[in-house]
Design a protein around this ligand. Structure first.
Ligand SMILES: Cc1cc2nc3c(=O)[nH]c(=O)nc-3n(C[C@H](O)[C@H](O)[C@H](O)COP(=O)(O)OP(=O)(O)OC[C@H]3O[C@@H](n4cnc5c(N)ncnc54)[C@H](O)[C@@H]3O)c2cc1C
Length: 403
């Protein structure tokens, strides 16, 4: 596109030359193609017009940036966890960058657990998602609580001949209405003192008997939905995976998503900090520019340090996943620190901009709202702290002064 690749390796921690090229390619794509379209949209729009979307996706496709979590045998272009983190950070600097499901330039793709389905399920649900013809939701959380899904899922599924009959409610399910199908988790056997409850994953369609949706308005424009299941009938062929094994399926999906989730938050915050740096260098005060003031410089320094640390935690978790390790605790560490850091950095950027920081002509207040949600979605901060603390306590008996 005629622009020299940036010389400095600002995010240099263990990135290969190939990943630096990828990062710079996406950065140019976002600046030159995506951002100009975004600038024409209303402040809270969550997608662009159909023509622009098709054009952007075709460009992303030509650059090999789509279908990144789809296996090769289904026409995918799977990349490493590190590459996904780099892509998520850069693409999240624009809201059309693809981190909103199926709305952005990089296309959606189904939740990756669909690839564990039968050939028929892959054909009916997986492939149409890859082709952009279908969109899906994932429904785990219930009104009784989402932090401990294994014990809180009380939606029941009872077998009745060739069908399962589902009764219960799901809450906070992103993009549920208008989706073509969803992967929904229900209890197929209660727990006992010895064994936890048995959870099963089902593929449900909005056209099935007994399923209804209610929008829940929240702090951001992309709404979640309540799903009400009243004797909802699901064909036995729509069980995803094995009956009773759904919890493992849900967990693998959640762990897999946390690293790019954290990286996306860092991308928004980095853009906010870079914007603030540009602003304070131009904003005069009675005796010098805002940038000359220690109060401002400390906000910049703290933000830069925290963002670099957050990024390194993302790369650390991604490199462990790429090395074949589980990465569960590392994903919790980078999700916790990445989302909380990003919220603090955007908050400081707003402070440096003053009134302009909360004006709707700037993206800052939208990022601020979005980042508030990110501390709750994909496991709230407290749950990740529990995961990290339990692991630390399990694996540490005492330091050198205590044995
Ligand atoms: C905008 C949005 C979109 C979402 N999209 C989806 C989706 O697509 N699919 C889906 O399945 N879910 C989705 N969720 C749900 C999300 O995953 C849950 O909100 C989250 O898991 C927390 O569950 P909860 O809201 O029921 O809070 P609760 O589980 O009731 O917890 C409330 C608070 O208490 C804390 N807490 C809970 N247990 C403990 C404990 N033992 N010790 C200390 N603190 C504790 C929690 O961290 C939290 O801060 C979405 C949520 C939001 C807000």
């Amino acid at each position: 596109m005629g622009i020299a690749i940036e010389e400095e390796n600002h995010y240099g921690f263990r990135l290969s030359d190939e990943l630096i090229l990828l990062r710079d390619q996406i950065r140019r794509f976002m600046r030159e193609e995506v951002k100009p379209i975004e600038d024409t949209l209303p402040h809270d729009a969550i997608g662009c017009g159909r023509e622009d979307r098709i054009r952007l996706r075709a460009m992303a496709e030509a650059m090999g940036l789509t279908r990144l979590t789809v296996p090769e045998e289904y026409g995918g272009n799977p990349v490493s966890a590190m590459a996904r983190a780099v892509i998520a950070e850069e693409s999240s600097k624009c809201r059309l960058g693809g981190y909103a499901p199926a709305l952005g330039a990089f296309g959606g793709g189904p939740p990756n657990i669909i690839w564990g389905g039968t050939p028929d399920q892959i054909e009916r649900y997986g492939i149409p998602c890859v082709e952009g013809k279908m969109r899906a939701f994932v429904a785990i959380t219930e009104p009784t609580g989402g932090s401990d899904p294994r014990n809180n899922i009380s939606t029941r599924a009872e077998r009745d001949g060739d069908e399962w009959v589902l009764n219960g409610r799901k809450m906070w399910i992103t993009g549920a209405e208008g989706a073509d199908f969803g992967i929904l988790f229900a209890r197929t056997r209660d727990g006992t003192a010895e064994a936890p409850p048995e959870i099963t994953a089902f593929i449900v369609e909005p056209t099935f008997f007994g399923i209804n949706f209610n929008e829940i308005k929240v702090i951001r424009a992309l709404s979640p939905y309540e799903i009400i299941l009243e004797n909802c009938r699901v064909p036995v062929g729509n069980v995803l995976g094995t009956v009773g094994q759904g919890f493992g399926v849900a967990q693998s999906w959640l762990v897999d998503a946390r690293i790019p989730y954290a990286a996306g938050c860092i991308g928004m915050a980095q853009e906010a900090l870079d914007m603030a740096c540009g602003w304070v260098k131009q904003r005069p005060t009675r005796d010098g520019m805002l940038a000359d003031k220690q109060a401002i410089q400390w906000m910049i320094a703290d933000s830069e340090v925290e963002l670099r640390a957050a990024r390194m935690l993302v790369y650390d978790a991604a490199s462990k996943v790429d090395a074949g390790q589980s990465g569960k605790v590392d994903a919790s560490i980078c999700k916790l620190y990445g989302t909380e850091t990003a919220g603090r950095v955007v908050d400081r950027a707003i402070q440096m901009f003053g009134g302009m920081g909360v004006a709707q002509e700037m993206p800052l207040e939208r990022w601020y709202r979005e980042l508030r949600v990110k501390r709750i979605g994909e496991g709230p901060s407290e749950v990740h702290r529990m995961v990290i603390a339990r692991d630390k306590l399990r694996n540490t008996n005492g330091g050198v002064y205590f044995s």
